[in-house]
Structure formats: C-alpha cells, structure tokens
Write a protein that binds this ligand. Structure first.
Ligand SMILES: [Zn+2]
Length: 105
C-alpha cells in the first residue's frame, strides 16, 4: 500500500495528537522520524521534523482533517452525509462513498 506524508511536527506530542485525531476518523497514520528530533540543530530542520504518514487513499481526508485541526476557526466545518447503501459517514465534498462506492443523492 502506497503511503504519503500528510503532516510534519516539531514535537512527538503534536504528531501523536494529530495521529489520534485521524484515528477518530478511522484513518491509520504512522509516525516516522520520531527518533531524529534529538538531532535537531545538527541536521537541517526539515529533516529532523516528526512526520505523519497515511495511506494514499486516505490522503485527501487526512489533509482536510489536519487543516481543520490546526485552524478550526478558518476551516469550514466538515459536513457529513450518510451513505444509504452502507451507512458510512462521508464528508460532503465527496460525491461517492469512500467505503462502498455508492453515489451521493
Ligand atoms: Zn457506502
């Protein structure tokens, strides 16, 4: 399964928090580079940040959730529709259920 980086943080706590936020939406994220923070200052800052990686399939949802979490005031609240086929909750900007592929009404 292809994975992509969705978030970078300067603390493990921040990365863990975001991982938990994504988990609430059933997005599995993996923390990487968590052992490089101790090298901050001796390697370029961009290489010492803690990274959060998700499956490519989850990237768009995860990106929106990260943005909404970092800036809840300026991010529009994510609206949900419930799939009539499988009862999955799907963010409104998706016309197709991410779980079963049914089309929104
Ligand atoms: Zn569905």
């Amino acid at each position: 399964m292809k994975t992509v980086r969705v978030y970078r943080a300067d603390t493990i706590a921040a990365a863990s928090h975001m991982k938990n936020v994504l988990a609430q939406y059933e997005i599995t994220a993996e923390i990487r580079n968590d052992c490089l923070l101790s090298l901050a200052g001796s390697i370029p800052i961009g290489e010492s940040l803690v990274e959060l990686w998700v499956k490519a399939l989850d990237f768009r949802r995860a990106t929106d959730l990260v943005k909404a979490t970092l800036d809840p005031v300026h991010s529009e609240k994510i609206k949900i529709w419930v799939c009539e086929n499988c009862s999955e909750e799907v963010e409104e900007y998706f016309a197709v259920c991410w779980s079963c592929g049914a089309i929104s009404n």
